[in-house]
Design a binder for this molecule. Structure first.
Ligand code: ACO
Length: 333
């Protein structure tokens, strides 16, 4: 990565292609409830749909790792953009479920794509990870440090789930989404907002770590769902209003809201507060569950490929997750 002269700096970074990938194993709520019942854990399709809007999720087979899903999504995004992997000069992977403690999943993705030498690193901001990664890539492009970035959200969250805890294991799924983000003088990312508040570390975490050759502490996901819910609803509205104000826009300028897909009730609450109709809210939580850092680029790709999102549409992307982290990006597609 080399900084170029300021006279050549692009005004914007712009998404030129999107892609996504879901593992083939799809579990409906009924399938999952049947498996949990064998462990003596009771849940139902009715409870899960009513509280979350989730109807199914995809789980990766044993042996499939985060970088496998990321590479499949990246290849789809490159194809949609009409770019070769060789054009990429920056790779950022947002994930909380990396292949290894180190090196980064981004370096493994780089190797699997057969491109060498460009910077590659992971961003760890849990479910806000893709928003963080997009904002960082945008900054690197607008300051001339990169021209064509792969920004990926990829997760195998199934590996962190405690299948004896019905309050969390029904919520999450695996998948990946990616965008190719390029320097452009056409809009582009218009504004971004990133926040964190480490006082809330304990309400959503996977507290274990690796030391002395062993997993130390509990390596499974813990969440105080109602506490997360309450915080999420407040910060998502704040982030949306702040990013609109920064870009000099209003709610009326939003064509589609693509929130982190955690819970339909949180998403509908944000849409209501922004006075956006149901047709402006992109929903994939029903079929994907919560795929953490992958959920926003997955939802974006679904809505691009089914023809809802077209060039020139203004999109509000927003995420919230463990940390506590949250953020938003307003962009013209
Ligand atoms: N099946 C059946 N019953 C259940 C289940 C289940 N899977 N899970 C919990 N219950 C029961 C509880 O035991 C409780 O029973 P009780 O009243 O007899 O004690 C009852 O249902 C209600 O439980 P609550 O936790 O109060 O349910 P709530 O309505 O709050 O919904 C949920 C829980 C869906 C987790 C919700 O709080 C939520 O969506 N929170 C936000 C999650 C989120 O947004 N995460 C985003 C970030 S994720 C990330 O960053 C990794």
């Amino acid at each position: 990565m080399t900084a170029s002269s300021t006279s050549a700096l692009p005004r914007f970074s712009r998404i030129v292609g999107t892609g996504s990938h879901l593992p083939s194993q799809r579990l409906s709520n009924t399938d999952l409830a049947r498996e949990l019942a064998e462990r003596g854990i009771q849940t139902s399709d009715e409870w899960i749909v009513e509280r979350t809007g989730i109807r199914a999720r995809h789980f990766a087979d044993a042996g499939v790792v985060c970088s496998d899903l990321a590479v499949a999504a990246a290849r789809a995004a490159l194809q949609a953009a009409g770019r070769e992997a060789a054009a990429i000069d920056l790779i950022i992977v947002a994930t909380s479920t990396p292949d290894m403690v180190f090196p980064s999943t981004a370096c493994i993705v780089q190797q699997k794509l057969g491109v060498h030498g460009c910077p590659a690193f992971d961003v760890q901001a849990v479910c806000s990870g893709f928003i963080y990664a997009l904002a960082v890539a945008d900054a690197l492009i607008r300051t001339g440090s990169a021209r064509c970035a792969l920004v990926i959200g990829s997760e195998v969250f199934s590996r962190l789930l405690d299948f004896n805890d019905r309050t969390t294991c029904v919520l999450f799924g695996d998948g990946a989404g990616a965008v190719v983000l390029e320097a452009s003088n056409e809009p582009g990312l218009l504004a971004s907002e990133l926040h964190a508040d480490g006082r809330h570390v304990g309400i959503l975490c996977t507290p274990g770590t690796v030391a002395g050759g062993k997993a130390i502490g509990d390596p499974l996901l813990k969440m105080d769902g109602p506490a997360v819910f309450k915080l999420a609803v407040g910060v998502l509205e704040d982030a949306a209003r702040a990013v609109l104000a920064k870009a000099g826009k209003t709610e009326a300028d939003i064509d589609f809201l693509i929130p982190h897909q955690a819970n339909i009730r949180i998403m509908q609450s944000t849409a209501r507060k922004l006075k956006l109709g149901a047709d402006k809210l992109v929903v994939t939580v029903d079929e994907h569950g919560n795929t953490s850092a992958a959920s926003i680029p997955l939802a974006l790709d679904v809505a691009v490929r089914d023809g809802r999102i077209r060039r020139g549409h203004r999109l509000l992307l927003e995420g919230v997750g463990g940390g506590f982290t949250w953020g938003a990006v307003l962009l013209e597609f």
